[in-house]
Design a protein. Structure first.
Length: 274
């Protein structure tokens, strides 16, 4: 599933080509995504300029002068910029047509979404899909103190707390495993047992891991590509994710794989302690 780095890579890729441009037409070939693409998504935006391409968690936010489109890439989606006249494939469900570019949503599994939030409904951050999200990891207020306070009395494994999104957003499965390895914390350690020093270290490594992933173009394990069709390469240099039985890059101990809440977790049993 595309996570925060992949969404940020996409946002940076599309922003220069759509911000300030007038949306000439919105072509919905298949409205049956995770939630149906309503007619209002089209009628409210055609003929209006995109003021800003933003992001909140894993949602892209296209800001218009009368509201905001929320775009989610689901499990396998991507947004690509293509030339006018480029024929769609069976999995290309929505086109945003500008004068010299088409922004195209490709979503083989149709778990993505294109939603409309009019300004008359209030601030977009109050939208039901956004209101309960935790802090952004690049927000100045995100630090070890916030992690420490937010994990007190939590007996759930720290990796699951990171994935839940109610404390901090965007730390997906790959990046949770990588951040915990860098911080030297076992993924199954109860969150409430982490002391302030380990929370400080984890906050630093979450930011560093996500920055490295964005710089590498994200991770392309299955379907994700950037807006120009290029793959991400973070997974090539991952320290634990996908490296079961391979030697740890620090201590040479074989990397282990466990399943937590139906998600694969990779860790070094020597470098990461309870």
């Amino acid at each position: 599933m595309p996570e925060l780095p992949e969404i940020e890579v996409t946002r940076r890729g599309i922003a220069p080509y759509i911000e300030g441009r007038c949306l000439q037409r919105l072509e919905v070939r298949n409205p049956r995504l995770r939630w149906p693409v309503t007619k209002e998504v089209e009628t409210a935006t055609v003929g209006r300029p995109v003021l800003e391409a933003g992001r909140r968690g894993k949602y892209l936010l296209l800001r218009f002068d009368n509201g905001t489109q929320l775009i989610h890439l689901g499990m396998s989606g991507s947004l690509r910029l293509v030339d006018p006249g480029t024929p769609p494939t069976p999995h290309d469900h929505v086109d945003w047509i500008f004068d010299d570019r088409i922004m195209r949503l490709r979503d083989p599994r149709r778990f993505g979404a294109v939603l409309w939030h009019p300004d008359t409904d209030g601030a977009v951050l109050a939208h039901p899909r956004l209101a309960s999200l935790g802090i952004e990891p690049f927000d100045e207020a995100f630090d070890g103190g916030l992690l420490y306070r937010g994990t007190r009395n939590r007996t759930t494994a720290i990796k699951q707390v990171l994935l839940s999104g109610d404390l901090v957003v965007g730390v997906g499965n790959i990046y949770a495993s990588e951040s915990l390895f860098r911080a030297g914390i076992h993924p199954a350690a109860p969150a409430g047992r982490l002391g302030r020093a380990r929370c400080d270290r984890l906050a630093v490594e979450i930011r560093a891991t996500l920055r490295d992933a964005i710089a590498a173009g994200g991770s392309s394990l299955r379907d994700f590509v950037g807006s120009d069709g290029s793959s991400g390469y973070f997974q090539v240099d991952s320290r634990v994710y996908g490296r079961e039985a391979l030697p740890c890059r620090i201590c040479s101990t074989p990397i282990k794989r466990i399943v937590q809440f139906q998600r694969a977790t990779f860790y070094c049993p020597r470098c990461q302690r309870f």
